[in-house]
Design a protein around this ligand. Structure first.
Ligand code: ADP
Length: 207
């Protein structure tokens, strides 16, 4: 890729599929910032900001933050200079309304690819229960984890078909080691972005 090329990417999948872990690798490989709405919200809660106070209860109960608020935060973030050449969104959009809001923010420039990280519910619930022991995230109790899976199935899963119809979906099996999944994503993305060539080869060689 040259300086003027950019990659506008999303990663989507059920809570616990490993989006955050893979997002940082993809972002590094394609040299774009990883933008996670969950991380932005958690940083605000931790910092005790006004936004943090507004969203804390919602997040701890596993509900979605209202679209209007989430859209505004993403619009601000995408307007920053480092996102001008591309980005990887993680955890946004999560509703049909957010997809339309994002389309508006991109102003005719389309997304290049959407990575769907697939994993079945039992596997992701087990993973999140384990993470709860290690990290103690407030929304990682069994009840809230199950609720987040329902919210995903109802509100976010329908977006997959929408992106598939747009011809930009890259589906990847999220079960396996971090390395295995990362390789599947790279192969799928390179094929979708038409980068079987230099960038793919360079990135694989660690250049
Ligand atoms: P996970 O994928 O494990 O649910 P995230 O860090 O992506 O974790 O999100 C954590 C929580 O932050 C969500 O359950 C929700 O309350 C809130 N959140 C994150 N992104 C969005 C979004 N795009 N729209 C609404 N709420 C969001």
């Amino acid at each position: 890729m040259t300086e003027t090329d950019s990659a506008r990417l999303l990663i989507i999948g059920p809570p616990g599929a490993g989006k955050g872990t893979q997002a940082s690798r993809i972002a590094e490989r394609y040299d774009v910032p990883a933008i996670s709405t969950g991380d932005i919200f958690r940083a605000n809660i931790k910092g005790g900001t006004e936004l943090g106070k507004q969203v804390q209860q919602i997040i701890e109960s596993g509900e979605l933050v209202p679209d209007s608020l989430t859209n505004e935060i993403v619009a601000d973030r995408l307007a920053q200079e480092d996102a001008a050449r591309g980005f990887l969104l993680d955890g946004y959009p999560r509703t049909v309304d957010q997809v339309h809001a994002l389309d508006g923010m991109l102003d005719g420039r389309s997304l290049d690819a959407v990575i769907l990280l697939e994993a079945d519910t039992d596997a992701v619930v087990a993973r999140l229960m384990k993470r709860a022991e290690l990290e103690g995230r407030a929304d990682d109790t069994e009840e809230v984890i199950r609720h987040r899976q329902e919210v995903y199935a109802e509100q976010t899963a329908p977006l997959v078909e929408l992106f598939s119809k747009r011809g930009i979906l890259v589906s990847v099996d999220g079960l396996g080691t971090v390395e295995e999944v990362a390789d599947r994503i790279s192969d799928g993305l390179d094929a979708k972005l038409g980068l079987g060539t230099e960038v793919g080869a360079n990135a694989k060689a660690g250049r």
